[in-house]
Design a protein around this ligand. Structure first.
Ligand code: NAD
Ligand code: UGA
Length: 462
């Protein structure tokens, strides 16, 4: 089938940017991105997009109104589509069987039911959401059981590998596009249709095709391996601090080994983001479900290490500040889970602030992209009371306001602007001794010490 019309269910961090890129690269294909959240759709249709990504606005504006459309009118968009991307959320289940580990597939299931209800022509359904292996077969069953017409459905798996903050360049020039399909003539024909779409801008040798289950599983495994590297280097950061080694030097030394490679070896206050933890827990649950407890334990330890990294950072602050931060002002620089995004999901900053507030500290937060409402919402979600937020949390408009009168300062996101901080000014603004905790090791420790700070950086020995 030559694809002429695409519909996408879910206008979030994945659906919006990926469909904008497809529309920009394939002017002959009409792309409609749907969501039932009116405010989200309105934002995609406005000058202030709901997702901040460098370069995204230009991509959206190049196609919006031409062959890229954002709408809450989901049913007509499904009915008109040759191919439907499913980009809905798949959060960790918070209730019932598998709570805290398994993926909550209710949005996937309702999307499948809606597609079956509305469709009266043949469709290719593409899982782009990250899902447990074998989900395609559940989707296929729902579609077949609820089909009220002669329409046929082919389900493909096409996981998304973009990282936030670099989404546009990741999509423009992907390491690979992965597409899994059924090993039947119809499955292979559907797969070829999707290959044709990507081939508009991705070299063919970067488009990998596999069977459905390999594709579904590879997405979880890719995220698990990436997160495992961070937990591995973070475990070593603690050893570096204890021994006098420097974790950046260790990363560089091992990264020169071409078998190890240099990427994803930056020690930090802990990885965040909506997916790493969720996808590892999902993998853990799968291992348990298939009777593989040792494999489950192995992957669970990646999350355990990450939790420890966050809590030991707070402990370091409290111990260094003479075992009490009660009533003390701690400047927090950065709340997003990484630079160049406004996304805060699972950000290490949330746990760090929660734990500091539990110690009765005053946290004065600055992030260039994250608004006050998001910070308040995130803290409420992890159990900080509204009363504590009112009394202990302040959100300010620049790093110097945060530093003013602070006992300590902590960098939690590696925003470029923090590398350019006017250190003498920060030092002058703070109470003395002025404690500096660099949770991202972005500033030279020696320079901080020379300035007069009592400075600590993740993974830097005494
Ligand atoms: P998100 O929460 O930002 O967006 C999901 C959207 O889907 C929401 O706006 C929701 O209202 C909408 N939705 C739910 N059911 C719907 C339906 N039936 N019809 C239309 N819209 C519906 O989530 P996200 O970050 O875009 O992630 C989506 C999926 O992609 C997840 O499975 C995630 O694991 C995966 N993923 C995310 C990233 C990332 O960087 N965020 C990267 C790769 C993969
Ligand atoms: C990650 C993967 O990189 C993407 O390939 C994947 O598509 C995506 O998850 C997903 O499935 O959602 P993302 O979470 O957006 O992308 O961002 P990353 O760059 O992977 O960073 C994740 C976290 O790890 C951040 O908190 C980052 O600061 C941290 N990190 C990353 C480190 O602490 N050290 C590093 O060396 C790299």
């Amino acid at each position: 089938m030559k694809i002429k019309t695409i519909c996408c269910l879910g206008a979030g961090y994945v659906g919006g940017p990926t469909m904008a890129m497809i529309a920009a690269k394939c002017p002959k294909i009409q792309v409609t991105v749907c969501d039932f959240i009116q405010a989200r759709i309105d934002a995609w249709n406005s000058d202030t997009l709901p997702v901040y990504e460098p370069g995204l606005k230009e991509v959206v504006e190049s196609a919006r109104g031409e062959n890229l459309h954002f709408t809450t009118k989901i049913k007509p968009a499904i009915a008109a589509a040759d191919l439907i991307f499913v980009c809905v959320g798949t959060p960790t289940k918070s209730y019932g069987i598998g709570a805290g580990r398994a993926a909550d597939l209710r949005y996937i299931e309702s999307a499948a039911r809606l597609i079956a209800e509305v469709s009266d022509s043949d469709k290719i359904i593409v899982e782009k959401s990250t899902i447990p292996v074998k989900t395609a077969s559940a989707i296929q069953t729902i579609l077949s059981a609820n089909n009220t017409s002669e329409a046929t459905f082919q389900v493909l798996s096409n996981p998304e590998f973009l990282a936030e903050g670099t989404a546009v360049s990741d999509m423009e020039n992907p390491d690979r596009i992965l597409i899994g399909g059924e090993q039947t003539p119809e499955g292979q024909a559907a797969l070829e249709s999707l290959v044709e779409v990507y081939a508009n801008w991705v070299p063919r040798d970067r488009i990998i095709t596999t069977n459905l289950w390999s594709s579904e599983l590879s997405k979880l495994v890719a995220n698990a391996f990436l997160a495992q590297r961070i937990s591995s280097i973070n475990s070593i950061s603690a050893l570096c601090e204890a021994t006098g080694a420097d974790v950046d030097e260790v990363s560089r030394a091992i990264g020169y080994d071409s078998r190890i490679g240099p990427k994803f070896l930056k020690a930090s206050v802990g990885f965040g983001g909506s997916c790493f933890q969720k996808d590892i827990l999902n993998l853990v649950y799968l291992c348990e479900s298939f009777g593989l407890p040792e494999a489950a334990d192995y992957w669970r330890s990646v999350v355990t290490m990450n939790d420890w990294q966050k809590s030991r950072f707070v402990e370091k602050i409290v111990r260094t500040l003479f075992n009490t931060v009660s009533g003390k002002r701690i400047a927090i620089l950065g709340f997003a889970f990484k630079k160049d995004t406004n996304d805060t999901r699972e950000s290490a900053a949330i746990n760090v602030c929660r734990d500091l507030i539990a110690e009765n500290a005053q946290v004065i937060i600055y992030d260039p992209r994250v608004p006050l409402e998001t910070i308040h919402r995130d803290l409420l979600e992890v159990g900080v009371s509204q009363n504590a937020i009112n009394q202990n949390v302040k959100v300010v408009a620049d790093p110097y306001q945060a530093a003013a009168g602070a006992h300590a300062l902590a960098t939690l996101t590696e925003w470029d602007e923090f590398r350019e901080l006017d250190l003498p000014r920060v030092y002058d603004l703070m109470l003395k001794p002025a404690f500096f905790f660099d949770g991202r090791a972005i500033l030279p420790l020696e320079a901080l010490k020379k300035q007069g700070f009592e400075a600590f950086a993740i993974g830097k020995g005494r």
